[in-house]
Ligand binder design. Sequence first.
Ligand SMILES: Nc1ncnc2c1ncn2[C@@H]1O[C@H](COP(=O)(O)OP(=O)(O)OP(=O)(O)O)[C@@H](O)[C@H]1O
Length: 250
Amino acid sequence: MTNQIHLKSVNLHYASAAFKERSLKSMIASMATLRGARKKVVDIHALKDVSLDIGPGERVGLLGHNGAGKSTFLKMVAGLYPISSGERVVKGTVRSLFDLSLGFEPDATGRENILYRGLLLGLSPKFMRSIEEEVVAFAGIGEFIDYPIKTYSAGMQVRLAFAISTAVGGDILLLDEVIGAGDANFMGKARERILDLVERAEILLLASHDFVTLQSICARGIVFHRGQIIFDGDIRGAVSSYNRANGIAV
Ligand SMILES: Nc1ncnc2c1ncn2[C@@H]1O[C@H](COP(=O)(O)OP(=O)(O)OP(=O)(O)O)[C@@H](O)[C@H]1O
């Protein structure tokens, strides 16, 4: 099977329900202040008529201003968000580093969580046991690995989550730039490990505001603007297109 991503006229909407009041207090406050003049929140059309094909060996950078649609695009490719219309075909195992700290069981130990998270990623218990020691060594949290996750600091949780999620490569790697994995020493190690995953992946999609990194890793660049693709071509052209769209003189 050839790894590939095929999208045709894809649209994605976020339901306005996500913006509605969450608490009784905020509902009462808004009723008191906006009586009769309440603004109607409409659905957000986050991806508009997106069509493209990405094949084996491609390293693709995603550019765009804050809110342009890059993360939504990655999550749609990962299958986390359903599309409203169009065609989405993704062939190959997908790995991503979204929401690193989601899915931990707080009462279970770090070691037990390595197994649980592996199962969430669709990996077998036998395979997870075979990589357990390597993950433990990379996380570098000492004897805490045998304590419940609820006793961990935020940094320790990120280190363990990162160590698990990056232990196994995939055919298609989706990266959303923010990788604040602990202290400077760990950041260095984390970067190396990501570059290793990048090397091993057959297809890479990398969303970033760091154009130097994008240009050093990616050959192709796609620019998003208000949910639409406004440029799809070589990475240098993509940077120029981004600058033009955002009124940046070069
Ligand atoms: N879970 C969500 N629910 C509702 N709206 C969302 C959600 N996530 C993103 N949006 C909206 O969708 C649009 C695209 O956001 P997205 O996060 O994809 O942009 P981005 O290009 O990744 O931005 P950034 O560079 O800031 O990460 C924005 O208008 C945003 O407010």
